[in-house]
Ligand binder design. Sequence first.
Ligand code: CA
Length: 670
Amino acid sequence: MILPAREEELDLTKAHDISMNGHGCDQFDDAYAYDGDDLGAVYTEEKTGFKVWAPAASEVSLNLYEQGDGDDLIETIPMKMGDKGVWSCEKQGDLNGVYYTYSVKNGDRTNETVDLYARATGVNGNRGMIVDLRATDPEGFENDTRPAFVNPTDAVIYELHIRDLSADPSSGIRSTGKFLGLTETGTTNADGLATGIDHIRDLGVTHVQILPCFDYATVDETRPGTPQYNWGYDPKNYNVPEGSYSTDPYHGEVRINEMKRMVQALHRNGIRVNMDVVYNHTYNIQDSYFQKTVPDYYYRKVGGSYSNASACGNETASDHAMMRKYIVDSVVYWATEYHIDGFRFDLMAVHDIGTMNAVRAALDRIDPSIMVYGEGWTGGDCAIPSSQQALKANMAQIDRVGAFSDDIRDAVKGSVFEAQDKGFISGKDGMEERIRFGIVAATPHPQVPTGDGVRSWAAQPGQSINYVSCHDNLTFWDKLAISNADDSEETRIRMNRLGSAIILTSQGVPFLQAGEEMLRSKPSAAAEGGFDENSYISPDSTNSIKWSEKAKVMDTYEYYRGLIAFRRAHGALRMAETADIQRNLTFMSGLDANVVGYTIANSANGGTAEKITVIFNGNADVVDVPLPAGTWEICVNDRTAGTVSVGTAETTVSVAGISAMVLVQGDDTI
Ligand code: CA
């Protein structure tokens, strides 16, 4: 590794022998980190300015093209290097709709690359496009506002893949597999039941979380008629929507307009939009625009090899100044230009704590209600020390950033790594402590002592994203089919309800995989049958939401809907401060094995109810549970969930086998 110790020691015209290695980049960053906000193509009607950070390059030029692919070069313009290794040029005239690349000479190699800051591209993201962003706004977008929302604990997140929503013919949605599928209201299945955005609105969730919808590599956008599928965790252009979700991937402005229309439609329906972002790795290294622009700067290396905490062959280097800036600039761009309301960071622990705090601070300047959360783990060994990683264990150092609770996930239904493993709802003994830990959102609580598998990691309840299923691993319903194959479907439905009740009543932030409320299954496309636990490239037949099933599962759907309505009606389930949970939430003692109960008192968090009691019975048989004094209204039991009373109880209540019960006291609204 040859690094310049001081800027004056570096002859930038012969800088091709600079290489960077892992986290030994501090001197390079000291000399070259650029903090300007003008990287990329800055468009006006009169002229466009181009700036690219490439301090190791000896030559950079701009190529202008008529289209996003093909042999249609207009001209090549040499760029000049200025401060901090930023190369620039300017072109007079209105360049809206002109495509462009940079040719960057590093060492002996000249690579043609897309601008890392490109905001539009042609088909398959192989060229950038200069774009007049104002012309991409749908009508009324300037008046688009984020639906009201304050604390992360007020969220109910619904994780959705664009294609899954509308790929099955039973969806009744015309724009199959497109952003615009989420703008179609009034769609129904053959039974006349709502599908698409109407279904999501009726369910009552506050946020949809869209699986990667920035431009990714593996779906060929030139073959829309060919069956193709990918979750999208293979980033290509970070600041451009995915072309296969648009009706025209060739004209860069179309996908921008259509994604904005999706956000606008969801906002009009009272639903916020979170993006799943994947800055921790790129599709590969050799084709990466990072690598073609500044070789090896954006990736971490250990002992000459690329570090692989992403389990995808590379990990990016957020601890390098310009990678950190890139991540921050990118989320700020999505939040401002597209009105995105939150960001879910894939393998967040590949990033360093400083970067996640910088993301939070930058988004706070736009709107503090924008959510930030992610996976507080990696897919392998990371090149930076664990003390610096945005790990679940380090969340106390990352204020107002959340992490997924694999604790509650596995406590409820069993490990995702062992298909046969059971949890609290499905017949495993000894899970009470872990369920209590989930109920208090992984925050410290005097009645949840640190012990085996239990160690609080959330400083505030809004940091714990509570879930039983997401795109990864088996669906909730398929997991039960495997772990509890000997149980009847009726029993497994009871387990599903109990699990959903735990997630939707616990403190913290509830999260659902789309279709969980309709017992979604991912049948394997393989000849041997079974279920698909890693469906990232599986066909629509596996991944799509089967709206034709909705009529058969309306009881379960209504149960989820009722739980969400109850949660949104009662602030006590959404306490924003750990101290409030400690003060107001008391676990019952002396209960039977596999039974967990608690009472929230003091009209907590501005709730209409003076007290709420929640009881979970993981046993197959009914249990009688003593109640605190007074008369209690039952809002949730084994069959129904909602905001109205379906009966009363005093002194003692019988809780059916494998079921939840939620009771309310002192609430004039019930
Ligand atoms: Ca793409």
